[in-house]
Design a binder for this molecule. Sequence first.
Ligand code: TRP
Length: 336
Amino acid sequence: MSKKRVLSCIQPTGEIHLGNYFGAVKNWARIQDTYDCFYGVVDLHAMTMPYDPKELKENTLQMVAELIACGLDPEKSIIFIQSLVPQHTELTWIFNCIASYGELSRMTQFKDKSEQIESSNKTQFISAGLFTYPVLQAADILIYKADYVPVGKDQVQHLELSRNIAARFNRQFKEYFPQPEPLLTDIPKLVSLADPSKKMSKSLGEKHYVSLFEGEVSIRKKVRSAVTDTGEKQGDQMSPGVENLFNLIKACEKSTEYNHLLNDYQSGTLRYKDLKDTTADALIELSEPIRKKKEELMADKAAIEKLARTLSQKASDIASDTLAGVRKLTGLPDIK
Ligand code: TRP
């Protein structure tokens, strides 16, 4: 029996941080034997927000290296660069004519990101690409006829749109696309170390996230200055900052240390310094081999680039089959 197909993607907007790793990439690596996996570095999506062209190119290649360093195996999974598979863009146009203006207007990520731009003091420009971002995402998924899409809760609305586009296409033309299902995994909710009331995210700024690649000194420094209790204690409830450190230790699979510290917490003898030291040790033990692996890979950039091109070509061969069927059904001439 053939394996079910999985697709997920990540934007090359910087280094993989702990939120990305525990929330997505670690799981992507874990399911590689169970499914036929496609993992995309979506550079076209990264163009929807203000960006620097030189950085985008560099970040895209780095992201391929980081994914491999995190355990994605190019022998098992197709790790591709979105813009090297031009069929994504072509299908996006066709889907633009199937998605409605109204449903795109209801996307909360569009509202959030456009507000983020408007409240920044850099630019007020909101591109049409930001508006049609979820249509490109639907094309990413459906061009491979993916069965499952591992996503976080924040992407559920986009996946729902992809399902609607697939259903509408099937009704309008012919049964062609399967309905992609979300693959929701049990993931720890990680918050910012500097402000535990916010989700760990790159867009908040340097002190709000920990990259897997920033190295021992910087990791220790950030963990040491993590906010624990902000003064007023909420009865017996653990404060969000303390809970976050516990969650990190658990995510690093340090259950002995976790239980020990939790006991101390419950008996009121926990010293936050011990909690922080354990957190930092666990994160360094996890990230050091990954960081070294990335360095090794990036020592030969040409080889990484060649690998990415080969895998993207594989993706493209599959994508062009899907697209040929779409062109037929929608009244466009065959390419050859
Ligand atoms: N929008 C996703 C995010 O910001 C990234 C993404 C693009 C994606 N295309 C995708 C995720 C297709 C899953 C499937 O995280």
